[in-house]
Design a binder for this molecule. Structure first.
Ligand code: SDX
Length: 432
């Protein structure tokens, strides 16, 4: 690391301390403040972690101003165009693109774990049929720790890899079964002759009554959408997985915690919220009314699918998603889908409005994904579950990286206490 530093001076007592600067391979330098409390008796204050780096990582780099997203150095545009989801999963986990032999073995390893333990079948039956799929995922994925006892030793690299393979392989089965259960249809088991995305669509839409042929255009689109959602640096759900993992919790519990965090409408739940918003707006003539509401500080309404903590330019995933949306709707003969037309008009108006331009609010990954999922026949309530399916790859890779990081210790933030001063207990009979 370089010997550069920042001098912090506390003007209230004149104390000065040198904080080392650390440089990465890309992006801003970081000020190492680990000694701040011991040397200056001060905490930092950064709710939402807008200026805080919580870890070192080699997995994903984002330049929000330029709209750049790299996975292990490879631009998301190249991976979406030339790679496939399992190859991207291999890259994110291992750090390098696989050789043909490595790719073939990884695909075989993953396919070999695509079935879930038959007892897990019974977990679904404990839920109401109208349970939100994300609630089902939280429960079933967390419960995997009750089955796969042979991959709970987080200090064993082989067990961590098998747990990762199991999670990547079983998420499509679990997500598809959550959908089938909500529809009152029988579960469809994975077919190992199919690709990852084909298998998922097959388990979602096939029934035992007749042969189901997966549309290759939809399978390719689904595979690309999974790539776009695979990982995204230290977002809220990934940070949750890292924090859970820092206590030594098992991988299934950590991923269940990530699923719970992703569910929020400010995060992965936004794709579901975008569809609800478009349906609420209803027609192009009502767009100005909602743009006005989105700008009104006294109105809680926000333009879902717009804005991002890091991207202050176009989310590169949103551009690829829009192109994929056109491909899917063309394939399905739905190019004039009213929701797509409404979304494109909303984007056009928002991006010409000073409020959105000044605050650098652009469409994010969630703005178009819901339109594609709806066109494919996936119900709105399932959208975030598909996000979780894909992001399991990033979560488990970031979890694995965290465990191997020698700097890592249990995450335990401090606070600015603004509560009562110490005071004596008042017995009940003396209270008013
Ligand atoms: C994801 O972190 C990741 O990487 C996440 C993700 C991933 O792959 O993991 O990319 C996935 O979560 C994408 C984001 C999906 N969420 C939405 O689309 C929900 C709508 N967006 C907003 O809730 C918001 O933009 C956030 C939550 C995404 C970002 O919020 P920030 O960074 O905390 O920014 P902010 O709320 O402080 O907003 C800055 C300003 C505010 O106005 P001022 O207080 O400065 O006057 O912009 C305004 C906000 O009011 N603003 C919006 C807005 N988003 C921000 N105003 C209207 N509509 C919006 N969508």
């Amino acid at each position: 690391m370089s010997k550069e530093s920042v001098t912090l001076t506390n003007n209230s007592n004149g104390q000065s301390v040198e904080m080392p600067l650390m440089s990465g391979s890309l992006g801003p330098k970081v000020m190492d403040i680990r000694a701040l409390y011991s040397q200056m008796d001060l905490f930092t204050y950064d709710p939402g972690y807008t200026s805080t780096g919580a870890c070192k990582s080699k997995i994903t780099f984002i330049d929000g101003d330029k709209g750049v997203l790299l996975h292990r150095g490879y631009p998301i545009e190249d991976l979406a165009e030339h790679s496939d989801f399992l190859e991207t999963a291999y890259l994110i986990w291992n750090g390098e693109l696989p050789s043909p032999a490595e790719k073939k073995k990884f695909e075989s390893d993953i396919i070999g774990h695509s079935m879930v333990h038959e007892q897990i079948n019974f977990f679904f039956r404990g839920f109401r049929r109208d349970a939100h799929p994300m609630a089902v995922l939280c429960g079933v994925v967390g419960a995997m720790a009750a089955f796969y006892h042979d991959t709970l030793d987080i200090n064993d690299a082989h067990q961590r890899m098998i747990a990762a393979h199991r999670l990547i392989a079983k998420m499509p089965t679990i997500v598809a079964w959550a959908y089938k259960y909500s529809q009152g249809q029988p579960f469809m088991y994975p077919k190992n002759a199919l690709s990852y995305a084909e298998n998922f669509l097959h388990m979602m839409f096939a029934t035992p009554c007749e042969e189901y042929k997966v549309n290759p255009v939809l399978a390719r689109a689904m595979d690309r959408i999974l790539i776009l959602h695979a990982d995204h640096e230290q977002n809220a759900s990934t940070s949750t997985v890292r924090l859970s993992g820092s206590s030594g919790a098992n991988p299934f519990a950590c991923i269940a915690a990530g699923i719970a965090t992703l569910w929020g409408p400010a995060h992965g739940g936004a794709n579901e919220a975008v569809l609800a918003m478009l349906q609420q707006i209803g027609s192009k003539d009502r767009i100005p009314e909602y743009i006005k509401r989105a700008k009104d500080k006294n109105d809680t309404f926000r333009l879902m699918g717009f804005g991002h903590r890091v991207y202050k330019n176009y989310d590169p995933r949103a551009k690829i998603m829009q192109r994929t949306c056109n491909e899917v709707l063309d394939e399905l003969g739905m190019r004039n889908d009213p929701l797509l037309q409404l979304a494109m008009e909303l984007e056009r108006i928002a991006l010409s409005d000073d409020y959105f331009v000044e605050k650098k609010l652009y469409p994010n990954v969630d703005f178009y994904s819901g339109i594609i999922f709806k066109a494919i026949g996936i119900p709105t309530s399932m959208f975030t579950s598909l996000f979780a399916l894909a992001r399991t790859v990033g979560w488990i890779a970031q979890w694995n990286e965290m465990i191997q990081d020698p700097d890592q210790k249990i995450g335990r933030p401090r606070q600015l206490y603004i509560g009562a001063q110490q005071r004596p207990y008042v017995p009940l009979h003396k209270r008013g």
